[in-house]
Design a protein around this ligand. Structure first.
Ligand code: GDG
Length: 469
């Protein structure tokens, strides 16, 4: 059965050497599946982007097609910047104060979802087989029902990459029922955690009057499975980077250039869900509480530019820069700076070098569907420590999906700044053997959730008949 994937972004990118797989786990997990089975990947084409609507890939020996849905400025603004990122994104992360009224974005979201579905149905029409569709994320909530309408015989999966909020929060949206009905066109809806899946089922029950039986939602004569399918990373890739001589050399140079005995690392998109300001506030209190560590501990924070042009993101950038200036102005001494901040994108090899160099990764998002940076850090750090590199520790928000799986992390409530200070101190002071034990435990979990296994498990489950337990 050929596969049609639908995701906001295409899985390939232009490089100076030609087209290549996009960075990130999703492309690396799903491109081999498409290459093996054939099919298509439907994605948006941003206004101003110069790419073909139909692109067979790889060009020399095409295995599947990238199909782009061209968006106008207004469509992009309403669908992507609007309903997706200024309504659904903050609401799903329980940050209700960031949610804009949805009314002026609704029509663009509907239109773009319809165009994605039409493109996928057109591709499926070319084959006699019953199609299999796999829709990704919160940008395309209405697509499953539209696909079901066009192809009642299809197998349709949806994977939701962010938290699903409690029904009482989800129902704040005036379109909550319409969006839920859209997703219930699927046969299988996957989430990172059992809690997210439960919130989804309860939303369907409370808002639509659906019946819940185990992990299934019974609605309008159909059964929709809603269950956890936690995503992970391309473990082989990150373990390979951990042992790469160029990465090791870069990591050592980084450490030798930094005036500090201990490095606390943060890596995030610049996003208000990631808890950067509270993290900095906690680090400031840490410096107040432990003057004996001045000159010895530095924090290195990477913030990758994201969703620029959305006012809340531009404002966050200013507030973060102000906090960095305040903390360094207050505590820096001689050649030592307490807080190093970089606002740019890094290569994966550079990230791996930083993961390897860190003594503690401090990752306290206010909410996160999973948090793959935690997996990447644990994979690199565990692999390096098995080679004799000093082991490191992970401080992780308990409000992330990753906290459900990475038992070796030091978990903390990200809103509790005093708790963050204590957790950071505890992580720095963990005995070596304890750090090793925790890293081993995390390595096991990270390997178990490898992104290739995730994709294979999800698709197997999608293929399974509805009454299979
Ligand atoms: C969403 C959900 C869920 C970051 N900066 C650079 C860079 N990255 C890479 C990291 C990591 C990925 O981006 C970030 O993934 P996260 O999972 O941490 O967070 P989101 O971007 O918010 O992802 C999240 C995920 O979807 C998957 O379902 O876990 O909860 O919010 O892989 O390494 N990569 C490179 N340069 C950077 O500067 N190359």
């Amino acid at each position: 059965m050929s596969l049609v994937l639908l995701a906001n972004r295409a899985p390939i990118r232009q490089t100076p050497e030609g087209w290549a797989a996009a960075l990130g786990g999703l492309a690396s997990a799903l491109l081999p599946v498409l290459e093996d089975r054939g099919g298509a990947w439907v994605a948006m084409r941003e206004p101003g982007e110069d790419t073909p609507e139909h692109q067979p890939y790889p060009a020399e020996d095409p295995a599947f097609t990238v199909r782009r849905v061209p968006l106008s400025e207004d469509e992009f603004d309403g669908y992507y910047n609007g309903l997706s990122n200024q309504v659904l994104w903050p609401l799903s992360h329980y940050l209700v104060e960031y949610v804009l009224p949805e009314r002026r974005f609704r029509e663009a979201y509907r239109t773009v979802n319809r165009r994605f579905a039409e493109a996928a149905l057109e591709i499926a029409a070319a084959s006699d087989d019953a199609p299999q569709f796999w829709v990704q994320d919160y940008h395309l909530m209405m697509v499953p029902a539209l696909l079901r309408e066009g192809r009642p015989d299809a197998r349709i999966g949806h994977f939701w990459h962010i938290p699903w909020p409690a029904p009482e929060v989800f129902r704040i949206l005036p379109s909550a029922r319409e969006l839920l009905r859209g997703m219930l066109g699927a046969d299988l809806v996957g989430f990172h955690t059992a809690g997210d899946a439960e919130n989804f089922r309860e939303s369907a029950r409370d808002l639509l009057g659906a019946t819940i039986e185990g992990v299934e939602v019974l609605w309008q004569g159909r059964r929709v499975r809603a269950e956890p399918h936690p995503i992970g990373i391309d473990v082989g890739k990150f373990e390979g980077l951990a042992a790469d001589p160029a990465v090791i050399a870069e990591s050592e140079t980084f450490r030798s250039e930094l005036v500090a005995d201990k490095v606390v690392l943060g890596v995030d998109r610049l996003d208000y869900t990631k808890g950067l300001l509270l993290r900095f506030e906690a680090f400031e209190r840490f410096l107040e509480a432990y003057p004996e560590l001045h000159g010895k501990v530095s924090m290195f924070q990477i913030a990758t530019p994201s969703r620029t042009g959305i006012p809340a993101y531009d404002q966050l950038k200013r507030e973060v820069e102000e906090a960095v200036g305040r903390i360094n102005g207050r505590f820096a001494e001689g050649a030592w700076s307490p807080l190093h901040y970089r606002y740019r994108a890094f290569t994966q090899a550079e990230l791996a070098a930083l993961y390897r160099a860190a003594d503690v990764a401090l990752l306290p998002p206010l909410r996160d569907g999973m948090n793959l940076v935690a997996h990447e850090f644990a994979a690199v750090s565990a692999a390096a420590s098995r080679e004799g590199h000093p082991p490191a520790a992970l401080v992780l928000s308990e409000l992330t999906g990753a906290a459900d799986y990475l038992g070796g992390a030091v978990c903390v409530n990200p809103y509790d700044t005093d708790g963050l200070v204590r957790a950071l101190r505890a992580a720095l002071d963990l005995p070596r053997d304890e750090k090793r034990r925790r890293l081993n435990e995390m390595q096991g979990a990270v390997r178990e959730l490898d992104v290739h296994t995730w994709a294979a498990r999800f698709l197997d489950r999608l293929d399974a008949p509805a009454d299979a337990a």
